[in-house]
Design a protein around this ligand. Structure first.
Ligand SMILES: [Zn+2]
Length: 523
């Protein structure tokens, strides 16, 4: 049998690997490439195989860079089943339809840009008077708001003969994918192909995340492939740590396909997370300010709630109101509450034993409607807002920033990765620089909603929330687990991280390769 590495190879998104046996083609993850809208749209639209040949898909976890192209696969004549853990399936029930909506809004935005560019060109070449161009641009927005007017957009696309970008998939495609999706328990061997089984083990990365152990019988031989998906950190709250004890019959692994996101880095200590959060909350609230936290709806938000709940119980920070302002985060928090079977002993001890929900306490409010969301901006007493998107690129976080960014009493707290060219990245970089220079001179200006806002709020960053193990934690997974590993293929890391991690592991005696995209390995 052989395995072909099709995505998240020498990069971090678009996880997808094809395992081909004598009888089957199994897909390990079917993730979305993420990055600039146009580049992602191009990379995602191509499936590098005929989807009808795929027998089944095994999904490591619900993050969109691992699951986001499932609706596209189903739309393109895939006829098999999708297997994952129960919590991954339940998370995908919200994340895939949400992703479909993002696809639609991204396509709308790209089409809007195309029309605007066409108008600008016609104006420049003298084919359109300035006054008419201005009128057309105004028509593209719904009564002077920042919302795009769909009817006008499609009229102009048609009128100018411009190529319309279609969304990658629709909410209907997401529903079709969920229709063939099955959630299964951890540590139970399931059949995923002829003479091929899969067992899920805890990966400790995100709710439902799994390390997939796949065994293929070929004649009288059995070959084992272990796919880590993303590997979490040790000793974090809520989820159990990455697995150490595999079943006796699963211990001999021919090929371990392993992530390497932080192959050359060390994270802040997990033990420092809570004290750092306590310090940021106390200093802001005591000064009469509020804390705004841009956060991913899935995972990071629930972790924050867990820590804030603990700090409130310990009475070590003032119990100000907390708003979780993201309908997706509210739904996902519900999914977390429905899966206590995956929690670690600490969570059972601190909350579940006394009948408490770790993510819900009397000061927390989950807002769903836009009206409720807007009402938060009128709150004058200190409070905490957790809202998406995590990199401040879109969503409700923007209107909280609009109301809070100019006030030096407030704090913007970054708890996640901010990609290059995002507003979140600019806030962290410029805010830190302004702070380091003693807050002298003009504050940095942040541009969003078509306006400039002075960044006077304090900016703080807590790095240790990462859901990925650093290089020492990944080594710990290898050394502490009872696996006998013949060979390792590193995926899911920027090139320099993967190559550095290869050297690091070779130094510890492992046989390691870093495949290129499209490369095939025989097992
Ligand atoms: Zn992940």
């Amino acid at each position: 049998m052989h395995i072909t590495f099709l995505g998240a190879v020498r990069e971090v998104t678009g996880s997808m690997h094809l395992l081909s046996t004598a009888n089957d083609h199994l897909l390990l993850d079917c993730g979305m490439f993420q990055g600039s809208r146009r580049e992602a749209a191009e990379k995602n639209s191509v499936m590098p195989f005929d989807p009808s040949i795929i027998t089944n898909v095994v999904v490591s976890h619900a993050h969109i860079d691992h699951s986001g192209r499932l609706p596209l696969l189903v739309r393109k004549d895939f006829n098999g089943h999708i297997y994952a853990t129960r919590a991954t399936y339940d998370s995908c029930r919200y994340l895939l339809p949400d992703s479909a909506k993002i696809q639609e809004s991204d396509a709308r935005y790209l089409n809007y840009k195309t029309v605007k560019r066409a108008i600008a060109e016609m104006e420049k070449e003298g084919g359109l008077r300035q006054r008419d161009a201005k009128k057309m641009r105004a028509m593209l927005k719904e009564n002077n708001s920042h919302r795009i007017n769909d009817a006008a957009l499609s009229r102009f696309l048609h009128k100018f003969g411009l190529k319309e970008i279609e969304p990658l998939y629709s909410p209907g495609d997401a529903d079709s994918a969920l229709g063939v999706f099955e959630g299964l328990p951890y540590r139970r061997e399931i059949t995923v192909g002829r003479d091929t089984t899969c067992t899920f083990y805890e990966a400790g990365h995100i709710l439902g995340s799994a390390i997939s152990l796949i065994k293929v019988k070929e004649g009288d031989k059995t070959r084992t492939i272990c796919y880590t998906g993303d590997i979490g950190r040790f000793d974090k709250p809520i989820l159990r740590d990455p697995v150490k004890r595999f079943a006796e019959t699963d211990r001999d692994v021919d090929l371990l396909i392993m992530e390497s996101t932080y192959g050359n880095r060390d994270h802040e200590e997990v033990a420092d997370l809570k004290p750092r959060l306590r310090q940021v909350l106390n200093s802001t609230i005591e000064g009469g300010g509020s804390v705004v936290i841009p956060s991913f709806a899935f995972g990071r938000t629930q972790e924050l709630l867990y820590y804030i709940h603990e700090l409130y119980n310990e009475k070590s920070v003032p119990r100000v109101p907390v708003w979780v302002d993201s309908p997706l985060a509210a739904n996902i928090t519900q999914v977390f509450a429905e899966h206590p079977e995956v929690y670690d002993a600490e969570t059972h001890e601190t909350f579940l034993k006394s009948g408490k929900n770790p993510f819900n306490f009397s000061q927390v409010n989950f807002t769903r409607s836009v009206e409720e969301s807007i009402a938060i901006t009128r709150e004058t007493r200190p409070h905490i807002v957790i809202s998406a998107s995590g990199m401040c690129e879109a969503g409700r976080i923007l209107h909280h920033l609009r109301y809070k960014i100019h006030n030096p009493k407030n704090t913007i707290l970054a708890v996640g990765y901010m990609a290059l060219n995002t507003l979140g990245r600019r806030i962290v970089e410029e805010g830190t620089r302004f702070e380091d220079e003693g807050r002298k001179g003009d504050p940095p200006l942040m541009r969003f909603y078509g306006k400039q806002y002075p960044l006077l709020a304090r900016v703080e960053k807590i790095g240790g929330f990462s859901a990925h193990g650093d290089r020492n934690e990944m080594l710990r997974f290898l050394q502490d687990s009872n696996l006998n590993i013949k060979r390792i293929a590193l995926v899911h890391g920027e090139k320099e991280q993967s190559l550095a991690f290869r050297d690091f592991l070779v130094g510890h005696g492992y046989d390691v390769v870093v495949p290129k995209r499209g490369e095939t390995l025989d097992v």
